[in-house]
Design a protein. Structure first.
Length: 276
């Protein structure tokens, strides 16, 4: 049954929609509600404006085995650098059905900050290269396209933050197995309420041409060392945990699926000093 459902899912993947990419375990543990909070290198994938929050070198890597299937993986790596005047980042996401099919996105991101109404207003943009490939299939091309994302984060006050991200804004088109496919833009609006610098309550609303999604999440830090997380999206429950020091972070997240079972995502981060 799991294989049948997977094959049905692959029929969607073979339209090169680049969904299901690994964006890190912390965000997944909060149901993917991360647009207004994004404050580490994985902001490259959610909201590039979040890079403007980073004051140190960040390197994050993650691996995810999808639905417990041994040869279906989703990986990512993200690097953020606090260059003068702007923050820059490079990220790679890949989903790979070993020996059969793969999709890859490469990101080049930059972010800055200005002040509006005496509050910080962060903005960012990502230039992306997207590629899909069917292995050992002579009649299939390897379509690719350039695209861009953009985002903003505004601190409404000390405790409440607003975020917006627009993805696939160039509406990239792919010619794939005698079909022309395009990806519709995704517009996500998010809010984060921070309570006593130890609890984050988050909600995201993602809007596309044919589909709307809600994402909900909560993150609770204990002594700024251990975090527990819970979230929900598409009626799927997510749970996550985190452990950090001044120089490294470990995150684990689990998302349930009614038919395919659970997916586990692990990520490791290294940073030169504690971010804000």
């Amino acid at each position: 049954m799991k294989i049948l459902i997977l094959l049905t899912s692959l029929s969607t993947i073979l339209h090169a929609d680049f969904s299901g990419m690994n964006s890190g375990a912390r965000s997944l543990g909060m149901g993917g509600a991360y647009t207004a909070l994004a404050n580490d290198a994985t902001a490259i994938f959610y909201n590039p404006a979040g890079l403007a929050k980073i004051n140190s070198v960040n390197i994050f890597s993650s691996r995810q085995k999808l639905y417990g299937i041994s040869n279906l993986y989703s990986d990512m790596i993200a690097v953020a650098l606090p260059t003068p005047y702007l923050r820059t980042g490079i990220g790679i996401q890949q989903i790979n059905l070993v020996g059969t099919y793969s999709e890859k996105i490469i990101y080049f991101s930059s972010a800055g900050i200005i002040w509006a109404l005496n509050r910080p207003f962060r903005f960012g943009v990502s230039i992306k290269y997207e590629n899909a490939h069917i292995k050992n299939y002579d009649n299939a091309d390897s379509p690719s396209s350039f695209d861009f994302d953009m985002g903003v984060i505004y601190d409404i006050n000390e405790y409440l933050f607003f975020g917006y991200s627009g993805k696939y804004l160039a509406k990239p088109e792919f010619q794939f197995i005698d079909k022309n496919d395009s990806i519709d833009p995704i517009h996500t609006f998010g809010l984060c309420y921070r309570w006593k610098n130890s609890v984050n309550f988050l909600v995201d609303r993602s809007l596309t041409k044919n589909n709307d999604k809600w994402h909900f999440g909560t993150e609770l830090w204990f002594y700024d060392v251990f975090a527990s997380r819970i979230g929900m999206f598409d009626e799927n429950l997510t749970i996550g945990f985190g452990l950090k020091s001044n120089s490294w972070l470990l995150n684990l997240a689990v998302v349930s699926h009614e038919d395919l079972g659970s997916t586990y995502r692990f990520s490791l981060g290294i940073k030169s000093k504690t971010n804000e």
